[in-house]
Write a protein that binds this ligand. Sequence first.
Ligand code: ADP
Ligand code: 5GP
Length: 206
Amino acid sequence: MDKAEHSGKLFIISGPSGAGKGTICKRLIEETKVQLSVSMTTRGPRPGEIDGVSYYFTTKEEFRKEIENGGFLEYAEVYGNFYGTPKEKVLEKLEQGIDVVLEIDIQGALNVKTVYPEGIFIFILPPSMAELRKRITGRGSETQEAIDLRLSQTLKEVSYIDKYDYCVVNGELEEAVARVKAIVVAEHSRVSRNIYKLIEKYKEEV
Ligand code: ADP
Ligand code: 5GP
């Protein structure tokens, strides 16, 4: 992968289940030009989830074939189901200069870091464990067993926070969304190749 040619930025958002990643990503794509990468999963759709919009829902067999074809930028088994990021779709967008956000689990994020280290890694934290439990239960999308499994993973997941570039505590939603949007803006202000092109142009003008 010649990453130097990609002008879009890749943002990776992860954090414990129920922390608010999905909610924040939805706001990010509604309110900025960042586009969401739709993942493939073997998990069944929840009420209201649309194939091709929320996820590409598939079988374990099809998922395995996609792994063999090298079709994923990363994939992982999360809470007993498989999830993967379609590689071509993401790279095409980056090449077109479009920013992309991946909302993926921590193992997946660490895998992206090895193949795409210039990604920008953002960790979303809940304000407390009590609030996390309340949110994940309140969402009403998982069985009690699935909720307990997700909550039991939280402390282990949080221990990977030092691999991330930024962390945002999602206490008050508006504040958290503003912080994530600020990260996107800040990353576009980094000194990069594009700046050198601008400086070359100044020289022609002098
Ligand atoms: P994740 O994608 O991290 O699993 P969700 O975005 O689905 O989490 O959020 C879990 C639940 O918490 C949802 O019902 C969502 O509406 C709610 N939620 C998200 N952010 C906040 C917040 N800042 N304050 C209160 N509730 C929130
Ligand atoms: P959910 O079942 O709640 O939609 O997602 C469960 C977990 O899988 C969340 O932590 C979510 O971020 C993660 N996830 C969603 N898509 C992907 C993906 O493509 N790759 C990886 N590694 N994790 C994903």
